[in-house]
Design a protein around this ligand. Structure first.
Ligand code: SF4
Ligand code: SF4
Length: 440
């Protein structure tokens, strides 16, 4: 174990990548954000050179700053680089550098804390209006987030925070693992933060402390593996926190595997459980940021008897839908085009993978002649497993008073105030709609 601080370990990694970068510009050429960010005419070599300036002094050319801010974390740049550099990581660090140059540490810490509190409030409110204490405990919330058994689990299943807003997705993942006989302990939620919320505004040490603390809690499975749901947490851990920690401690505490890749690795074990026919023509809403996950999703869809997979041939970018918020007009255009393409193809359902697109897309079901379902709902249906998509049920109402009335029992059991709940339903659920619904 070295006495290197988290921030110094991160800086050392950045320095190595900056040294390895030949400024060839291939990462910029490959990036799907460049054109929608208005950088099509910028010289790729100049843009990446400017990123290296920003990493050094927190400042650089306008085009490079714009590229850093327009990154949706698709990862095409990583695949394009022949030098083993991770430009997505460098851009994340360039954004941190810009945040540091703009605000002093107390201001950055305040901003990070505010966002951390907001995330905690959104996650706990939206999960509580859908779940009772028993189900929250199954998802690692409440007292179950503390492991009371002495025996380490085979695997840790790390939910992250935001999937708890659409809990049926996480519950189906657990149901599927139960059916396959996989032993796990669930961890996640704001008490097991990955640190990304603190990293974005530039509070690096706090991000490291949060992430390291969560990593220490997760480092106790027999297999030495953590199965993760959320792509943002996955990238934060595997590209930032775990490599920095490895530099500090000389060893990596565990390997992390995205849930769908984990499931795909067990497809032979899964297939005999896919018993029920699910006769549907389906298209997939894709975000390719974590390599192999969309391919795993298509393989799983094709393994479900009765499912016909239709490729809509729409552009796919970003880590998950929320990452496209940096390009709002382009995001609206892509979403509308995809909904129209799904309609033209006559599909029965547009299938989401991650939680953020599920939240943003599900209410569009009101306006189009097909359903919005999550991939795990279809896998579950074929396995005879069902979890109600309560989030969609509520959001489809599009009426805060009706939603609050419908959740009255759970509001009472969690001692939540109805007037406050109404305000949060509008803010945390109904406003989470980047492409407005046609029906208003
Ligand atoms: S990060 Fe890789 S692809 Fe991008 S300029 Fe440097 S060497 Fe080239
Ligand atoms: S991660 Fe994607 S959006 Fe970000 S720079 Fe790389 S290619 Fe561009």
């Amino acid at each position: 174990m070295s006495d290197l601080s988290f921030e110094a370990a991160l800086d050392a990694r950045v320095d190595e990548m900056v040294d390895a970068c030949t400024r060839c510009g291939k990462c910029v050429e490959a990036c799907p954000s460049v054109k929608p960010a208005g950088l099509a005419d910028a010289m790729p070599k100049d843009v990446i050179s400017g990123i290296l300036d920003i990493l050094r002094d927190g400042d650089g050319p306008e085009a490079s700053q714009r590229w850093a801010q327009a990154c949706t974390a698709s990862g095409d740049c990583i695949r394009a680089c022949d030098e083993g550099v991770n430009p997505r990581f460098l851009l994340a660090m360039a954004r941190v550098s810009m945040a540091k140059a703009k605000n002093d540490l107390p201001a950055r810490r305040r901003k990070a804390l505010e966002r951390y509190r907001d995330v905690g409030r959104e996650v706990s409110f939206l999960s509580q209006i859908q779940l009772n204490d028993e189900v929250l405990a199954r998802l690692g919330q409440k007292s179950a987030s503390v492991n009371t058994t002495t025996e380490p689990p085979d695997f840790v299943f790390y939910t992250g925070c935001n999937v708890l807003k659409t809990p049926h997705i996480a519950l189906l993942a657990l149901d599927i693992m139960d059916t396959l006989g996989i032993g796990y302990q669930v961890m996640g939620g704001p008490s097991h933060c990955c640190g990304i919320v603190h990293m974005r505004p530039g509070d690096v040490e706090m991000s490291g402390r949060m992430g390291t603390n969560s990593i220490d809690k997760m480092s106790q499975s027999k297999s030495g593996q953590v199965i993760s749901w959320c792509p943002s947490c996955y990238v934060q851990f595997t590209e930032t926190t775990l490599p920095a920690l490895e530099r500090q401690r000389g060893a990596r505490p565990f390997e992390m595997t995205p849930f769908l890749r984990f499931l795909e690795q067990r497809i032979d074990q899964l297939t005999p459980h896919l018993r029920e026919r699910v006769p549907m023509r389906v298209a997939l809403h894709r975000h390719p940021g974590v390599s192999g996950v969309m391919e795993a999703a298509i393989r799983l869809l094709n393994a479900i008897p009765g499912v016909t997979f239709v490729d809509l041939k729409q552009p796919a970018l970003g880590l998950q839908a929320v990452y496209l918020n940096v390009l709002p007009e382009y995001k609206r255009e892509l979403t509308l085009n995809e909904l129209q393409a799904a309609c033209d193809a006559g599909v029965d359902a547009l299938v989401t993978v991650y939680h953020s697109e599920h939240r943003e897309l599900c209410a569009h079901e009101r306006d189009w002649p097909f359903r919005i379902v999550n991939l795990l709902e279809l896998v579950g249906e074929s396995m005879g497993l069902k979890q109600n998509d309560r989030y969609k049920e509520l959001k489809l109402m599009q009426d805060a008073d009706q939603i609050v009335a419908d959740c009255a029992d759970l509001l009472a059991s969690h001692a939540l105030d109805a007037a406050k709940a109404r305000e949060l339903v509008v803010k945390d659920m109904l406003a989470d709609q980047p492409l407005p619904l046609r029906s208003g």
